[in-house]
Design a protein around this ligand. Structure first.
Ligand code: PEP
Length: 261
């Protein structure tokens, strides 16, 4: 069975003091006896601080973005070798906020995915329709285009260590969550797209949902067969809420194991 995964996206939040306090509450609860794999993605300036606190714990470090370039005259960019050196095991690629607010198109996202994967880091490929596309009934078209753009540019073999996060732009940070049926429908679609190219990768790849997940709505979400975890933004800044989301995922996973799923 696929290992459940929860990734915290702290976005452009935090400070040394705030991170210290959050980790002090969080780590004793999430770094023990967990069925789920848990990762934290702080902003770049805090990767070293958080990474040092994670040494010796089973919690993984991730970054929110990476450059597709390897080095040189790219002011303001951070390459994958730097992220590797800081201990990052995951990098978010193509987050809806990068696509919507920073102009990242499918080609740019695929180039970043390739750079991250080549560095031995797991790319978390974020895909999702925006509000206008959702209202126009274009969800399936958009998801198919975004997933296939990376498969076609990079190759399905390079998805072996990847994760895909379905993150509808209209649900990110808005408090508006997609229904669990809708999420299952999209995750099922992504699983089918992968299966057409490689049945093994389709069976093993972690598919997580992101968009206003909280301890209450997480329960129904995690009961869906193709939802293997969550990418959590706002609620990951609240230690109690984040722990409750991890607990809900593990409870659903134990239930599925007991049912022989
Ligand atoms: C995100 O932006 O990655 C995210 C999941 O945000 P939120 O949970 O705040 O919607």
């Amino acid at each position: 069975m696929i290992q459940p995964l929860v990734i915290a996206n702290w976005k452009m939040n935090g400070s040394y003091a705030a991170n210290y306090n959050l980790l002090t509450y969080l780590l004793p609860e999430i770094a023990v006896n967990r069925l789920a794999r848990i990762g934290l993605c702080p902003a770049y300036p805090y990767l070293a601080q958080v990474g040092q606190r994670l040494v010796g714990s089973p919690v993984w470090l991730g970054a929110q973005n990476a450059s597709a370039y390897s080095e040189g005259a790219h002011t303001g960019e951070v390459n994958v070798a730097m992220l590797r050196e800081l201990g990052c095991e995951y990098v978010l690629v193509g987050h809806s906020e990068r696509r919507l607010m920073h102009g990242e198109d499918d080609t740019a996202v695929a180039a970043k995915f390739a750079a991250v994967e080549a560095a031995g880091i797991s790319p978390i490929l974020c895909v999702g329709e925006n509000l206008a596309e959702c209202e126009a009934g274009e969800t399936e078209t958009v998801i198919t285009r975004q997933v296939m753009a990376v498969i076609d540019q990079v190759g399905i073999d390079h998805f072996f260590n990847a994760v895909i996060a379905y993150e509808p732009g209209w649900a990110n940070g808005t408090g508006q969550i997609a229904s669990s049926e809708h999420v299952q429908y999209v995750h099922g679609l992504i699983r089918r797209l992968l299966r057409d190219r490689d049945p093994y990768i389709a069976r093993e790849l972690q598919l997580i949902y992101g968009g206003s997940v909280n301890p209450t709505n997480a329960i129904a979400l995690f009961q869906q067969p193709d939802v293997n975890g969550a990418l959590v933004g706002g609620a990951s800044l609240d230690a109690r809420a984040f722990i409750a989301i991890c607990d809900a995922l593990e409870q659903a996973h134990r239930h599925a194991l007991a049912q022989g799923a």
